[in-house]
Design a protein. Structure first.
Length: 298
């Protein structure tokens, strides 16, 4: 049998303690002291950093968990709505590969949340000895993210070729050349970000200089901008081609507001809203890269 012991405090004394607490002391504003990894020096840190790390780990886990669920649903929907004859098409294969890569990346990232990079002592003391496995996992996550972007860009490029197959050879050549240039721009910027993130962040975690972080911040912003440009470019082509198809249907006397019109309206909305929010997304990504200096390599 387990015996429980409790400390009895008179209600009057407890009331006095509460009054004094609320008037003079903020328990979350105090500092705590830990011993440095060398066993000699001490490190004084705010108690609030505990909650900062806790919130960051929770948000990261929720984000990747939600993405895992969404990707699983998309895989199921993609398998159900695609005709059997289309399963061997290049676009279908690329779309499935992108979803599989995203699923694998998010699962690995969830394992990373429980690793040493989210350990409170390692975080505040910048103590990252014997974290080879965690580094390899972070490198794998970063490489998977790069491959996801590459597959998505290739899928968009091939979809543009399909929707533009009825255009003249001149327009097809112009659009194909522009698509290749846009894809190379986005993939090249993302590749540079992957290399820098692995070289100047993950491989030497806890030892990156301000110059390295500034360079990583600049390349990260450039990569986000290039990705944004590519998405807007391909979305414009899809919307213009769909608008032309709707116009042709009207000339043939088909004037009801059918699925094609609905897709066109929603396509314009999903084009305009990200375009308006893209500066905010770039700034948030820049701030996230700055926070990486103090937190995580993911």
């Amino acid at each position: 049998m387990t015996r429980r012991c409790s400390l009895h405090i008179p209600s009057t004394a407890l009331a006095m303690m509460n009054d004094q607490y609320y008037s003079t002391f903020d328990p979350y504003g105090q500092d705590i002291t830990i011993i440095a990894p060398n066993g000699i020096d001490t490190i004084t840190i705010p108690l609030r950093t505990v909650f900062t790390l806790q919130a960051m780990a929770t948000h990261t886990g929720i984000m990747f968990g939600v993405q895992i669920g969404m990707v699983a649903i998309l895989l199921l929907v993609l398998a159900m709505v695609t005709k059997p004859g289309k399963h061997r098409s290049l676009v279908f294969i690329l779309n499935v590969l992108s979803l599989v890569f995203i699923l694998a990346r998010n699962i690995m990232a969830c394992f990373g949340v429980t690793g040493p990079f989210y350990n409170y002592y390692n975080w505040v003391a910048q103590y990252y000895d014997s974290v080879t496995t965690a580094k390899n996992l972070s490198i794998a996550v970063e490489c998977m993210s790069f491959f996801v972007d590459v597959i998505i860009e290739l899928s968009l490029m091939f979809q543009v070729r399909i929707v533009c197959c009825t255009l003249s050879s001149l327009w097809r050549s112009v659009i194909t050349l522009a698509s290749v240039l846009v894809v190379l721009m986005a993939v090249g910027a993302r590749f540079a970000l992957m290399v820098l993130n692995i070289k100047d962040n993950i491989a030497i975690v806890g030892q990156s200089t301000e110059e390295q972080w500034e360079r990583l911040n600049q390349v990260g912003s450039a990569s986000n901008i290039c990705l944004m440009i590519s998405i807007i470019f391909f979305s414009l082509i899809f919307c213009i081609k769909l608008a032309h198809a709707i116009q042709q249907r009207r000339k043939m006397g088909i004037k009801q507001f059918g699925p094609m019109q609905i897709i066109f309206v929603m396509g314009c909305q999903t084009l305009i809203i990200p375009g308006e929010q893209s500066p905010v997304n770039v700034e948030l990504s820049r701030l996230a890269l700055i926070r990486l200096q103090q937190f995580s390599v993911f």
